[in-house]
Design a binder for this molecule. Structure first.
Ligand code: DON
Length: 570
């Protein structure tokens, strides 16, 4: 297959150590311009073992949702930095017959949570309280979500899709260099957050190739295999989790666990240049923000201006600052606050939002507020994309929030708990770990879901499945998915190239464009600075994993070379 790297891009990409045009990785397939292709099905996830397990399920006749559940549990074992049973996530699906849907298995605030729980007597935010340790933990949704997904959409027996993760946890995971490094980096935090020494901590540093065996996690997964959701939210696992909470000053109760339920929601849909875009509704901000961005840039000929050229970057940035201002004001859990979805997506509103665009000058974020209605270099969430031989698609983003979440390991149960409570706005105007600010709509309340940026997305072309995409990256998730879509639709890239291409980010506040090292040439930076933009380079971020239908009918998997991400097809 001929490489399709545009030549101007080629030079940039070649300069960049980890780009799509240079085969660099240890898994063979992920770092080439041309992604892995498959005729029947494809799994792209953050870890080679998880992709292998998902592919095996597809090959034995399972559908995309069987593979999604198996991959989800496998990530909880093989990719503990973000894969989880102690966190939560979102599924966006499209079935072969065109039916679409979304599953929200986001964590919830425990019943004993309160609006000011992270503030001291002077009403200042207490450092680390919402990020490290037991109080940071939201009621996990992952197991309920995977069980609901399987019940509604799966076809193989439940035990068949859970078992491979159990086997992996018993046998042990061979650590990649990246995972070993991340475990070493968080060693002290694990020690601080736990009253015992969890198995992820050892006296000597972890090295690539070391085997991490997780027998307690295997037993927890066996209870889930045998009892479904009750194997987690009731009985021994629930007892261990509540005991862990009590030991460390956490507030999750048996009742919180028992009452947790994931929710089927209607996806956010819209169009961009003739493609139908299907994405995650609130409590994620992702779908709304993505559709706002796409529709705000649609009037401009980005393709003619070119990829990462001044006008393209300028227009995208101006759209981003306006969209993130809306996010901070209007978005929250739709079960608690009224989210004005149709107003935020109305063409007249979006046109009006861009009416202040000046092509020659950046609009300072201080002059941009939400519209009148008509740490960060981390991959600590994880996205996986799956299609099967029938054309069913699953787009799933799941998270513990920060890397290894709260760092709390449930003693005796071997799994890590999230620190998703930090995604709430602890105090209006005070940024969370992703620098995002929020207000009333995303204030803490018992039983409420915290606002997310996760943007699992599916695109249709001419009524047929075209693309499945998503990424980790906290606040950068939305702009990374946005760029992956533009890379394909406007700039003619294939999937691998689109996920590997260097990116930039702007989120209203702080008021600056944050490009990866190779994202914008020195000349382009100069033009942007002349127009009044501030630029601050940041390390690589995100791990976009996607699947694209090629013109020849094959699926192309794009696995982000920034991580250990692996595409496997057949
Ligand atoms: O739901 C959210 O938006 C965040 N909890 C996602 C966190 C994340 O992507 C961390 N990875 N870098």
């Amino acid at each position: 297959m001929k490489k399709r790297c545009p030549s101007s891009l080629l030079l940039l990409l070649l300069l960049w150590q980890f780009t799509g045009c240079k085969p660099t990785d240890q898994h063979g397939s992920t770092a080439q311009t041309q992604g892995v292709t498959g005729e029947k099905g494809m799994v792209v996830s953050a870890h080679p073992e998880a992709s292998r397990i998902g592919l095996a399920i597809l090959q034995q006749g399972g559908n995309a949702y069987d593979a999604a559940v198996a991959t989800g549990f496998a990530l909880a074992v093989a990719y503990p930095v973000a894969g989880n049973i102690g966190g939560g996530g979102f599924l966006v699906y499209r079935k072969q017959d065109g039916e679409i849907g979304a599953l929200d298995y986001r964590e919830k605030a425990p019943k004993a949570a309160s609006r000011d729980m992270y503030l001291d007597a002077q009403k200042n935010v207490i450092a680390d309280a919402s990020t490290l340790g037991h109080l940071a933990v939201g009621v996990p949704g992952a197991v309920d979500g995977l069980a609901a997904m399987h019940q509604k959409l799966g076809s193989l027996p439940w035990a068949t899709v859970v078992q491979p993760a159990i086997d992996l946890a018993r046998k042990g995971v061979v650590l990649t260099e990246r995972e070993a490094r991340m475990l070493n980096e968080d060693r002290e935090n694990f020690i601080k957050a736990n009253k015992f020494i969890p198995s992820v901590v050892r006296d000597t540093p972890w090295w690539k190739g070391d085997v991490l065996a997780l027998p307690e996690l295997a037993s927890s997964l066996e209870r889930i295999r045998d009892k479904g959701r009750a194997g987690f939210y009731e009985g021994q696992t629930a007892d261990l989790l509540v005991k862990e909470m009590q030991r460390g000053g956490g507030i999750i109760s048996h009742q919180d666990l028992k009452e947790y339920h994931s929710v089927w929601r209607t996806p956010i849909t819209g169009t961009y240049r003739g493609y139908k875009v299907i994405s995650m509704p609130p409590p994620s901000s992702g779908g709304i923000a993505l559709l706002q961005l796409l529709q705000m840039v649609e009037p401009y000929d980005l393709s003619k201006w070119g990829w990462q050229q001044p006008n393209t970057v300028h227009v995208m940035t101006e759209a981003q600052r306006r969209v993130y201002a809306d996010r901070a004001t209007y978005l929250g859990d739709p079960d608690f606050v009224k989210v004005p979805v149709s107003s935020l997506l109305s063409p007249a509103y979006l046109k009006n939002r861009m009416a202040t665009l000046d092509m020659e000058r950046a609009t300072p974020s201080s002059q941009v507020q939400a519209g009148q209605l008509l740490a960060r270099e981390s991959d600590q969430t994880t996205h996986y994309s799956i299609v099967d031989q029938w054309g069913n698609a699953a787009s799933i983003t799941t998270t513990l929030n920060g890397g290894y979440g709260s760092k709390v390991v449930v003693e005796g149960a071997g799994f890590i708990l999230n620190n998703e409570m930090d995604d709430f706005s602890a105090k209006p105007g005070v940024p969370n770990m992703f620098g995002l600010i929020g207000g009333e709509a995303n204030a803490i309340a018992p039983g409420k879901r915290m606002l997310s940026s996760m943007t699992p997305t599916i695109l249709e072309k001419d009524g047929k499945l075209f693309m499945v995409v998503g990424t980790p990256g906290g606040s950068t998730i939305i702009t990374s998915v946005f760029q992956a879509i533009l890379n394909v639709v406007d700039h003619g890239m294939g999937m691998q190239q689109a996920v590997a291409a260097p990116r930039f980010h702007h989120q209203w506040l702080p008021d600056r464009i944050e490009p990866e090292a190779a994202a914008l040439s020195p000349e382009v930076r100069e033009v942007l600075q002349k127009r009044g933009h501030t630029l601050q380079e940041r390390g690589r971020y995100g791990a976009v994993d996607g699947i694209l239908k090629r013109k020849d009918g094959r699926w192309e998997g794009g696995a982000d070379p920034r991580g250990d991400d692996t595409a496997l097809g057949y």
